[in-house]
Design a protein around this ligand. Structure first.
Ligand code: EPZ
Length: 444
């Protein structure tokens, strides 16, 4: 089964790396929050829209980012990575300058797209700028079927002709894209990214109805506007894009990762302790922070970020349903489930975004959790204690949920297939280790 990212078929010894965690330590200290993976990826892809350089600051050092650099390189994008300067802090993100002066290839091959689903999004900029793109269908992935029909709807509404040929989507336009109305039947982040990028270079105005309101959509729109696009309404469900003939270069800072922030907030709620999530912005994950408060964590916002604390008191169970932003994010569902494994009572978590995002359940059960699945709803009956065991998971958020459970479990947990974590969490073991967790990476 294909994965959701660069972890599909690791080629180095990284696939043998494991993380060993001995549970039972509280977390105290500071955790710096990295730039958001899910903002960095579409921002990097936006570089295809212009022949001028796009400079991105605060890009996280992640396997998915490295993989996308290779994919963009295949289209002719030159990527310059700024080295670390002596004055840089330990956890400073990297600066990438992406120059697509000349697109040398409008085909995105199966071998690359199947390793990272988000790379399908190159189709929008390629067809908008070059009038042609041939992009492999990404196929299924570990969290569900994940079709691309809504991304193709975008291109059709903007006047592209679409064919499917040998597993590839071929999108073509004779005289360039033209503005149109795109009414999504369902909220889609990738569809909204595609619409923003393609409509920016279309002739005339486009309206995107039922647009995704995720902060990463707003970040992309902000960057595109710096490049000369005319986008208004990003962050609401109706976005208007006035097409422009060309876009130019820009410099943009990637926003902080709300999923990484929420993940560490849950880790602290799980172990107890007091941690400052440096650079975290509460407005990016208020829905999730509210759930944590309800469960018994103390959350406050400071000039430096978000402070999360929990003293000896137990956790209360919660009822949560995943929803598009500003609702509770699907990308934090697995982590919340791990947390609720130790609550004083039964929680219910319903997943409405992806149909198959419960692979973590059986692994949590190996640690002693009591979880019952019924369709799209999991009932989690809190237990007195979890106990360490060897575990592994098949996607990024599921893997980190096992880390959260392991931090509170009695004894040793070995999390296998660490390459999933490396796709989306920068130096996880260092960030947790310096707050007192007993966690180490064991090289394979
Ligand atoms: C983005 O995926 C994120 N990926 C996902 O994060 C995240 O879980 C998801 O948005 C939802 O928030 C990146 O940003 C790289 P969607 P995306 O289109 O854009 C259906 C992680 O762990 N759909 O908003 O692919 C789809 O199947 C990842 O970091 C169609 O039916 O998600 C799903 O049910 C995992 N047809 C729903 O829409 C389409 O053409 C929302 O998906 C497209 C989507």
């Amino acid at each position: 089964m294909l994965q959701d990212g660069a972890g599909a078929a690791p080629q180095s010894g990284d696939d043998m790396d494991r993380i060993r965690i001995v549970g039972g330590r509280e977390l105290h200290g500071e955790i710096p929050i990295s730039g958001a993976k899910n903002a960095a990826l579409p921002l990097m892809i936006a570089s295809l829209l212009t022949d001028q350089p796009l400079t991105l600051d605060n890009v996280p050092r992640l396997a998915d980012v490295a993989q996308l650099q290779r994919i963009l390189g295949n289209h002719g994008v030159d990527v310059m990575v700024n080295g670390k300067r002596p004055e840089d802090r330990d956890y400073q993100g990297q600066t990438l300058t992406l120059s697509a002066a000349r697109i040398v290839d409008t085909t995105a091959p199966y071998e690359l797209v199947s390793r990272m689903r988000a790379s399908f999004w190159v189709i929008g900029p390629l067809v908008a700028r070059m009038g042609h793109a041939r992009v492999s269908m990404p196929g299924g992935c570990a969290i569900g079927t994940r079709p691309v029909d809504l991304l193709l709807l975008v291109l059709e509404r903007l006047g592209a002709a679409i064919d499917i040929d040998g597993g590839y989507v071929v999108a073509r336009t004779e005289s360039g894209l033209r503005g149109g109305t795109i009414a999504f039947p369902k909220v889609t982040v990738g569809g909204t990214h595609t619409a923003l990028m393609a409509a920016s270079l279309a002739r005339g105005a486009s309206v995107i109805e039922n647009a995704a309101r995720e902060p990463e959509v707003v970040d992309l729109a902000d960057c595109l506007n710096k490049m000369g696009a005319k986008i208004s309404g990003a962050g609401t469900s109706r976005i208007v894009v006035e097409g422009v003939p060309r876009l130019g270069g820009a410099r943009h800072r990637v926003l902080p990762d709300r999923i990484e922030t929420g993940t560490y907030a849950m880790a602290v709620a799980m172990t107890g302790g007091d941690v400052l999530l440096e650079g975290g912005r509460p407005e990016l994950l208020q829905g999730a922070l509210d759930v944590l408060t309800q469960a018994g964590a103390r959350i406050s916002s400071t000039n430096q970020g978000i402070r999360v604390a929990r003293n000896g008191a137990g956790l209360d169970p919660v009822e949560v349903t995943t929803r598009p932003f500003p609702g509770f994010p699907t990308d934090l569902q697995a982590q919340l489930m791990a947390l609720m494994c130790c609550a004083r009572g039964t929680s219910h978590i319903t997943e409405t975004i992806f149909e198959n995002r419960f692979m973590h359940v059986q692994e949590l059960v190996r640690l002693g959790a009591r979880i019952h699945l019924d369709g799209d709803t999991a009932s989690i009956e809190g237990v007195e204690r979890l106990t360490g065991a060897p575990v592994m998971a098949t996607d990024l958020r599921a893997s980190v949920s096992l880390v959260i459970a392991a931090l509170a479990a009695e004894g040793e947990t070995m999390v296998n297939r660490v390459y999933h974590l490396d796709r989306g969490f920068e130096r996880l073991e260092n960030k947790l280790g310096r707050c007192g967790a007993e966690v180490q990476r064991i090289s394979g």
